[in-house]
Write a protein that binds this ligand. Structure first.
Ligand SMILES: [Zn+2]
Length: 159
């Protein structure tokens, strides 16, 4: 076993599906003004018991609170921050997959959705910076365009 990996084994992170619970709770609060477990279940197309299990974890991670007696769910400040970082990661990854890897919409969206919550903040920043450097932008924008800029592109790459 790779010894370097041992020290990361206890990192508590969200799972892909729990990110969707955060998203659903936030969405319901914004659109309906409140979020109950039943609403979350129907929005995500999952069972009530699946929601209950997810809520135990999200509450223990201090991302969600349940207000009694109404049993309405809200994201905590930390939950909101996490979700906004994840949304940000999603956009960065989507752009990277579409513009640089040339993945189709469906594949790019699916892949971004699957790993959006796993990206470290500093890595997301680096990917974003890399995409915004003039050289990378040049490649991105001139890809497949007129012969003159293709020639410039080649000079840019090999010159
Ligand atoms: Zn997802």
């Amino acid at each position: 076993m790779n010894i370097h990996r041992l020290k990361y084994k206890n990192i508590k992170s969200l799972t892909h599906s729990r990110v969707h619970y955060l998203w659903a709770i936030n969405e319901l609060n914004e659109k309906k003004g409140h979020a109950r477990a039943t609403d979350v279940a129907s929005l995500l197309g999952v069972s009530r018991s699946a929601v209950s299990i997810a809520l135990v974890h999200l509450k223990s991670m201090k991302l969600v609170v349940e207000n009694l007696p109404a049993h309405t769910l809200k994201l905590t400040l930390l939950g909101k921050k996490q979700l906004s970082n994840i949304d940000n990661n999603f956009l960065i990854l989507l752009r990277f997959f579409k513009s640089f890897l040339k993945l189709d919409d469906e594949t790019a969206t699916k892949q971004a959705c699957l790993i959006e919550h796993l990206l470290l903040e500093e890595v997301a920043k680096k990917i974003n910076q890399m995409m915004d450097t003039p050289k990378m932008c040049f490649i991105e924008e001139t890809n497949g365009s007129d012969p003159e800029s293709r020639k410039k592109l080649k000079e840019n790459l090999y010159g």
